[in-house]
Design a protein around this ligand. Structure first.
Ligand code: EPZ
Length: 434
């Protein structure tokens, strides 16, 4: 298994580029199931979860072509023949977002056999709201032997109200609705940019959708969809992670190829902490931090609030801020796996239920630490960048799931970070956060 060796103390200076959004690519790739035509997607990040999604679609009979060379961030998917509409457990267990094929398979093939994703490091991660919505649209869904057996002659438009805001739940049902008979109104939808990205692709394929990005989405079902060529959004979480890297190292970093509009909550929190943030172009943000950072409370919320996927990274910053920062995690029940590892590096953090109190600044010392999930791993990298000495991060395959060439990008702006071990030694990964 790969490890990162990181020597702290360097300021990050220069320009770092953001890849495409993993959490847009995953639903957009699943959307190719909805048509017999080829769907070509640009700005696809080269991360493990995309490789897993590719394996999943191929296992169902799709042809998935990976761009090469200059086109290596492109993927062309043709689901002309879906010979085996089954999302097998050995794939789903490594990536719970595989459940995103449920809605499109029912809409396209009238049937689906999808392994239940199970929990993961950050929480139980049920998909009951996906199931409830599909049943309301006329699907029959049985759960047996760890699989969902779903069937629907023809999905019918329905009036759906989500009991909780769910990102992939909104995406799954949006993909089910575009080919359903009649109109579907979905309320209490997720407003994340990844939902808007998916809706834009679906409209490019001929779907009729209004209100994506707001809490109420209306879909007029159509008889069929055609292929499309679409470029997905930049990854706002990768961009936010790099902004914190620039701030925590008192650097001067330009985060390029991003969308500043998707970063409003993160930028506000960093400015409140004392970082200097300038939007220097429609796709670039500059972060500088010279003086002492100051503590600030955050509470994770659905978009456009402060993202849960940035909570761990902010916690690393809070260890270097003057004062006490209260960090409340409202979305997932177990998303403090990074706390004990940060404490082992010298951080002063007390957890009480869903709130962590971080007292800073703490002088962090390098240590051997363990990555537990995608964003916790990013938090440990950020802490190691300012720790005294060389830290060793184990199980960095968690990072490879959602961050493209992370160490190379950081090396390019002055970080002392090296990867050791067999690159991508194994795709048998633990945990299925994502
Ligand atoms: C998406 O997960 C993201 N993954 C997650 O990113 C992200 O943390 C999360 O949204 C929240 O923003 C992808 O888009 C692939 P939810 P998702 O359904 O859709 C509960 C990363 O780091 N819930 O919005 O699975 C659920 O337990 C990953 O890139 C139900 O109760 O999250 C949670 O408490 C991690 N029943 C809350 O809703 C359901 O049927 C929000 O979950 C569905 C969800």
């Amino acid at each position: 298994m790969d490890k990162f060796f990181i020597r702290g103390g360097n300021r990050l200076v220069g320009t770092i580029r953001v890849s495409g959004a993993k959490n847009s690519a995953l639903p957009c790739m699943a959307a190719a199931i909805l048509t017999e035509d080829e769907v070509t997607l640009e700005n696809i990040p080269q991360v493990w979860d995309i490789a897993t999604e590719r394996r999943l679609l191929t296992s169902m009979g799709a042809e998935v072509e990976l761009g090469h060379g200059s086109a290596d961030h492109r993927t062309a998917i043709s689901c002309r023949s879906l010979s085996d509409p089954v999302a097998k457990y050995e794939i789903v267990k490594t990536m719970r977002a595989s459940s995103l094929v449920l809605g499109p398979l029912l809409a396209r093939a009238g049937m689906a056999r999808v392994a239940m994703p199970g929990g993961c490091a950050i929480g139980g991660r049920p998909i009951d709201l996906h199931i409830k919505g599909l049943e309301k649209m006329g699907a029959t869904i049985l759960q047996e032997h760890g699989y969902l057996e779903a069937r629907a002659e023809k999905l019918r438009g329905a009036h759906l109200v989500f009991d909780k805001i769910t990102v992939t739940g909104t995406e799954d049902l949006l993909m089910a609705a575009v080919l359903a008979e009649g109109e579907t109104v979905m309320e209490n939808c997720a407003r994340e940019p990844e939902v808007t990205d998916l809706a834009a692709l679906l409209c490019a394929m001929g779907a009729r959708i209004e209100g994506a990005g707001s809490a109420v989405i209306k879909v007029h079902g159509v008889a069929s969809l055609h292929g499309a060529h679409y470029r997905i959004n930049p990854d706002r979480i990768e961009a936010g992670t790099f902004l914190i890297a620039g701030a925590i190292t008192a650097g001067d970093l330009v985060v390029a190829d991003c969308n500043p509009e998707h970063l409003a909550a993160v930028i506000t929190v960093l400015q409140n902490a004392g970082a200097l943030i300038d939007i220097i172009a429609p796709d670039a943000v500059r972060v500088r931090a010279s003086g002492q950072l100051t503590a600030g409370d955050i509470s994770t919320e659905e978009y456009p609030g402060f993202p849960t996927d940035m909570q761990a990274q902010y916690m690393a910053l809070a260890t270097q801020a003057e004062g006490v920062s209260l960090i409340k995690e409202n979305i997932f029940e177990n998303r403090f796996m990074h706390v004990q590892e940060l404490v082992r590096m010298g951080a002063n953090i007390k957890v009480d239920g869903r709130t962590a109190a971080v007292r800073g600044p703490s002088k962090l010392s390098a240590a051997a630490v363990m990555c537990s999930d995608l964003r916790a791993s990013a938090s440990l990298v950020l802490a190691a960048l300012v720790a005294d000495g060389e830290s060793i991060l184990d199980r960095v395959y968690h990072m490879d799931r959602g961050y493209e060439r992370f160490e190379e990008k950081l090396q390019g702006v002055g970080a002392q970070i090296q990867r050791m071990g067999n690159v991508f030694a194994s795709n048998e990964v633990e945990g299925t956060a994502g």
